[in-house]
Design a protein around this ligand. Structure first.
Ligand code: ATP
Ligand code: MG
Length: 271
């Protein structure tokens, strides 16, 4: 009982400000202005970070492990608020926007997709509870998930999660992508998986992601070269700081950290 009450009493990390306004339709212009952040305020892991994405742009983050890439995604999602600086959406401070209305505008495809116990249909519909079965199937087709789903004995009614069938990493990713397509957000946050999939799965996931990113403001922690090359802008993070910024070609030219990381990757067997 004590543990239950501890959970009930716990204040969420982020709550609506009293003056927070509901966000209606948005363009999707995101700015990050001189943001510093630490999970522990005494120990900052992002330092004076500034960048922007205009509506529909693709911005990619690269950098060594621990640089702060996932932390930036966490702030953009608003799992946390910055300690200094601010994030804005179409010029409005994110802290002045209700969480509920912000979450309707964004979708996150995480590094590791976790499916909850239930049917595949419900797992995808989680992206938009109002969607009917036809809409779920349409999203699944766009996510290259429909074919493997219908080949399962119970199709969309197949149980997944702890007590259900085991899906491969690539299949779970495509379910997460279908969920995001169904949600149809203006802003997309993507933390690409580091583990490589088999070639066929990789191609299907890549195509599905490409469709998902089209026309949306997208922030991606990129490991795939194909994603990086398509980015409008690449931001190179190192130890919480933005150290380089540019397109793939510009950054290679600079012969700095990006060039170094890129060269290492080319020598990996999975590149
Ligand atoms: N929940 C957390 N609580 C405390 N510290 C954290 C937490 N998550 C990350 N950190 C710390 O913040 C720093 C940045 O971590 P982050 O996960 O953003 O790195 P990353 O660039 O995504 O690395 P990787 O490439 O390994 O995924 C690291 O020093 C990490 O130890
Ligand atoms: Mg990470």
């Amino acid at each position: 009982m004590q543990r239950v009450f501890e959970i009930l009493d716990a204040q969420p990390e982020i709550a609506d400000q009293p003056q927070a306004q509901s966000l209606s339709t948005i363009e999707g212009h995101v700015r990050v202005e001189r943001v510093s952040f630490g999970y522990d305020p005494q120990h900052l892991v992002l330092l004076d970070l500034s960048f922007e994405a205009k509506a529909g742009e693709l911005v990619a983050f690269v950098g060594p492990t621990g640089a702060g890439k996932t932390t930036v995604i966490n702030l953009l999602h608003r799992f946390y608020d910055p300690i200094e600086g601010r994030l804005t959406i179409d010029g409005k401070d994110l802290r002045d926007v209700t969480l509920e209305s912000w979450y309707r505008q964004i979708a996150l495809v995480p590094q590791e997709t976790i499916l909850f116990g239930g049917t595949i249909l419900d797992n995808i519909r989680y992206g938009n509870m109002a969607a009917n079965e036809a809409a779920v199937m349409e999203a699944s087709k766009a996510a290259h998930a429909h074919d493997f789903i219908t080949s399962l004995p119970d199709g969309y009614q197949t149980l997944v999660g702890e007590k259900g069938v085991n899906l491969s990493g690539g299949q779970r990713q495509r379910i997460a992508i279908a969920r995001a397509i169904l949600k149809n957000p203006r802003i997309l946050l993507l933390d690409e998986a580091t583990s490589s999939l088999d070639t066929e799965s990789e191609r299907l996931v890549q195509e599905a992601l490409q469709r998902l990113m089209e026309g949306r403001t997208t922030f991606v922690v990129a490991h795939r070269l194909s994603t990086i090359q398509r980015a409008d802008r690449i931001l190179v993070l190192d130890k919480g700081k933005l150290v380089e910024e540019g397109t793939h070609a510009e950054l290679l030219e600079r012969k700095g950290l990006y060039h170094y990381l890129y060269t290492i990757r080319l020598n990996e067997p999975t590149a």
